[in-house]
Design a protein around this ligand. Structure first.
Ligand SMILES: [Zn+2]
Length: 129
């Protein structure tokens, strides 16, 4: 179980409508809409729901997909589940602390992992070092 337990009403108050749609309803933001796509400063990408650090700037790469992309994540920060919507089997991942949906993992990323964590920018907040 996630450590942070809030009612859906609490989340609705704490988040913007777009954050709520992505984090709590597993929505997907429109590509190329997040300013974090082009954020390459040194720092930490934290969960917009609870502030838990999820990725470091060193883990980010330019996937040209229109969503912030990472080849790995901070150990223990995320949990995964199989998502069978859209007639595909994909690996969904979410914040291990609050359960907020972040994105999907694809196996077309760069070395050293070969993975691409395709993240909704609205579900993240960037904290410069
Ligand atoms: Zn969180």
């Amino acid at each position: 179980m996630s450590e942070v337990q809030k009612s859906e009403q609490d989340w609705c108050k704490a988040l913007s409508p777009e954050q709520y749609r992505v984090l709590r309803e597993e929505g997907t933001e429109r590509r190329f809409t997040s300013p974090l796509n082009s954020e390459y400063g040194k720092g930490t990408f934290a969960c917009a729901g609870c502030g838990q650090p999820l990725f470091r700037s060193e883990m980010k790469f330019d996937s040209k997909t229109g969503w912030p992309s990472f080849f790995t994540a901070i150990p223990g920060a995320l949990e995964t589940k199989v998502d069978r919507t859209l007639f595909m089997e994909r690996t969904e991942y979410h914040c291990a602390n609050c359960g907020g949906h972040q994105g999907h993992i694809f196996e077309d990323g760069p070395d050293p992992t070969g993975l691409r964590y395709c993240n909704n920018g609205v579900a993240l907040k960037f904290e410069p070092d």
